[in-house]
Design a protein around this ligand. Structure first.
Ligand code: SAM
Length: 290
């Protein structure tokens, strides 16, 4: 029996540390050890790997990542109440769990990870629903690319997972998230997790998504691709000649008709009809505009 196995059951930890889940922090905890092990295995093999976990909560997935052999887990948790429970896990695995108290959206993760890992790290998390998408976009917009992580294994609501892996063929789900994810990574849904697996159960099914960074995505500036897709999908029912009207370059309004012509995109098209390559051409044209 390892020191991790000797830790008290998660339900007892939640009771002992008075960790009543808070909706405002997206707290839906996993207590099922088979499930946390399955998620950790999906992120593996972990031997010698530094794993970043956002939102460890009482530490169910954290324990599983350590049990799967992660050399080190760097866990960023915003809820102060969870820190003492996490400290017990750290004590059971000396030198293998770094607990960071803070908002993962504003922590400088690359700098943090550089203190502990000499190669690429990996990100594995049961993300809080309220900030999960913003976190993913931040990771997809990372510069330079290839990034400081070599894989993302993340839990989202099923509906968000479908948007991440969507292509123009899945028109209803295809949007900014699908373009950014498909541009820089190979993304796929690994498996679903029913509401009953969580405490408290959320209203919807969740899915674990894997994103593997592409070594050489089509060349364009992430910032501009992000800007173009925000404008285009912000008014997805409108033709691009209309939806892109607010764009600017070097402080001046962009000539949208010229931009679309330079990218070889028909002005009467709508965002959901444009594939990733088309958006990349638009981002390149925006770089040369103004
Ligand atoms: N990993 C745990 C599990 O699987 O049982 C908890 C997952 S729960 C869905 C999300 C966790 O993220 C909560 O512990 C919550 O406090 C934390 N959290 C919410 N917003 C955060 C933020 N901005 N930065 C870091 N952690 C955050």
């Amino acid at each position: 029996m390892t020191a991790l196995d000797a830790l008290p059951p998660l339900r007892d930890v939640v009771r002992a540390f008075d960790l009543a889940p808070r909706k405002s922090l997206g707290q839906n905890f996993l207590f099922d050890l088979n499930l946390t092990a399955k998620i950790a295995r999906a992120a593996g093999p972990l031997a010698g790997v530094t794993v970043v976990e956002v939102g460890p909560g009482p530490g169910g997935l954290t324990r599983a990542l350590l049990a799967e052999g992660a050399r080190r887990v760097v866990a960023i948790e915003t809820d102060e109440r969870c820190l003492a429970a996490l400290a017990e896990i750290a004590a059971a695995c000396p030198g293998r769990l770094e607990i960071v108290h803070g908002d993962a959206l504003s922590v400088d993760l690359p700098a943090l990870v550089a203190r502990f890992a000499d190669g690429p790290a990996r990100i594995c998390a049961n993300l809080p629903y309220n900030v999960g998408t913003a976190m993913l976009v931040q990771w997809l917009e990372t510069e330079p690319w290839p990034p400081w992580f070599d894989r993302l294994t993340l839990m989202f609501q099923r509906e968000v997972a479908e948007r991440i892996v969507a292509t123009p063929e899945q028109r209803a789900d295809y949007g900014r998230l699908g373009v950014l994810a498909g541009w820089r990574t190979r993304a796929r849904i690994l498996f679903d997790v029913p509401p009953s697996a969580f405490t408290p159960p959320p209203k919807v099914t969740s899915s674990v998504v894997e994103l593997i960074p592409r070594a050489a995505p089509l060349a364009c500036e992430a910032r501009l691709l992000s800007e173009i897709t925000r404008a285009a999908f912000g008014q997805r029912r409108k033709m691009l000649r209309q939806s892109l009207k607010g764009l600017s370059a070097r402080g001046a309004a962009v000539d949208v008709v010229a931009l679309l012509a330079a990218a070889g995109v028909e002005p009467t098209r709508r965002a959901e009809e444009i594939d990733i390559e088309g958006f990349v051409r638009l981002a390149r044209a925006l770089a040369g505009a103004g």
